[in-house]
Design a protein around this ligand. Structure first.
Ligand SMILES: Nc1ncnc2c1ncn2[C@@H]1O[C@H](COP(=O)(O)OP(=O)(O)OP(=O)(O)O)[C@@H](O)[C@H]1O
Length: 321
């Protein structure tokens, strides 16, 4: 039996929108937000679901969590049809959507968590253990007794994450979990999700525009554009497909009259009046390039620059779907 916790086939969602034509007239137009997405996500996977604005990410997540009914296609999450079995599914998944809160605005966090324990009928021992873990990892104690409406965005997001996890979900869906957070909160949330995903017990599906989230957290990346999957694979595969290459940066004590020619690693540019040479690693290996550079007798320092995911994703978004 497959251990996929999410299986979507030809998932499609259309919306009818009214658009203005001329000064007074309005006409109906069909918007295809998700256009035949196939997706399988295994238990314990950490999946980044990314794409440019309006690509269909949130709409996909809403269909997978039972908030929206697909126009056509099928989805099963934890073996359940999300809309038809929404209540049952709610016990098996956790959802953190930036714009929607599951906390009680006027209650302190601690009381919201208590209420959620009753809503989900979580045994007291399990609840206490999960809450303890979140308190430590997300540093909740300084604001556990503060009413939710008084929390900062970063504090509330840490509360939302906790709320989504107290019933021990198998899958956690996160729509832009670090949006608008300051550096400290962003690191806290990322670190927490990395730890959670690292256990292999919880499947994470994450949409984000913050590619640092992806690099830190996701093993697999699904990129959608105009509602269609344009890449499904590892980050390394994405770099390979779009030809991103590693660079070797050599700092020299003395500039050379002519830069060296290294087989398999062409010179990309010369900087700092000839004191810095940047090579592209093509067919050559790092060791042979470094050895050749060391042989020049003027090498002070050498570093390898990994390709930035921003570059490759920007290029991917520009490529027609
Ligand atoms: N309720 C709705 N009614 C009409 N159109 C909608 C509705 N929800 C989404 N859309 C449209 O569907 C398309 C996909 O929207 P969606 O919110 O899924 O994109 P997204 O990838 O999450 O974008 P972003 O990164 O900007 O959040 C967009 O063109 C959007 O305008």
């Amino acid at each position: 039996m497959s251990d996929d916790v999410i299986v979507a086939h030809a998932l499609r969602k259309e919306f009818t929108v009214l658009v203005k034509v001329g000064r007074l007239r309005r006409t109906r137009r069909l918007v295809t937000a998700v256009d035949g997405v196939d997706l399988r996500v295994g238990r314990g996977e950490l999946l980044g679901y990314i794409g440019p604005n309006g690509a269909g990410k949130s709409t996909t997540l809403k269909m997978l969590t039972g908030v929206l009914t697909p126009t056509s296609g099928t989805a099963l999450v934890c073996g359940l049809a999300p809309v038809a079995r929404r209540t049952r599914l709610a016990l098996r998944i956790g959802v953190v959507f930036g714009q929607r809160s599951q906390l009680w605005w006027d209650l302190p966090l601690r009381e919201s968590f208590d209420l959620l324990r009753h809503v989900y009928r979580v045994p007291a021992g399990d609840h206490a253990a999960r809450l303890r873990r979140c308190r430590v990892l997300l540093d909740l104690d300084p604001f556990l007794d503060v009413p939710v409406r008084q929390l900062s965005l970063g504090q509330r997001m840490r509360g939302e994450l906790t709320a989504a996890l107290l019933h021990g979900p198998e899958v956690l869906f996160l729509d832009e979990p670090t949006i608008g957070l300051d550096v400290v909160s962003r690191q806290a949330v990322r670190g927490f999700l990395a730890e959670l995903g690292g256990t292999g017990d919880t499947t994470l599906v994450l949409t984000t525009h913050d590619l640092a989230d992806i690099e830190r957290l996701c093993h697999r990346l699904v990129v959608i554009d105009h509602g269609r999957v344009v890449h499904d694979g590892t980050i390394a595969a994405l770099h390979e497909r779009y030809g991103s290459r590693r660079l070797v940066v050599a700092d020299l004590d003395t500039a050379l009259p002519t830069p060296p020619t290294l087989p398999g690693a062409p010179l990309l540019r010369v900087e700092a009046d000839g004191h810095r040479l940047v090579f592209v690693l093509e067919s050559a290996g790092v060791a042979e390039v470094v050895a050749a550079l060391a042989g020049l007798g003027t090498l002070r320092d050498v570093s390898i620059v990994e390709p930035a995911i921003e570059d490759v994703v920007t290029r991917l978004y520009r490529t027609p779907a």
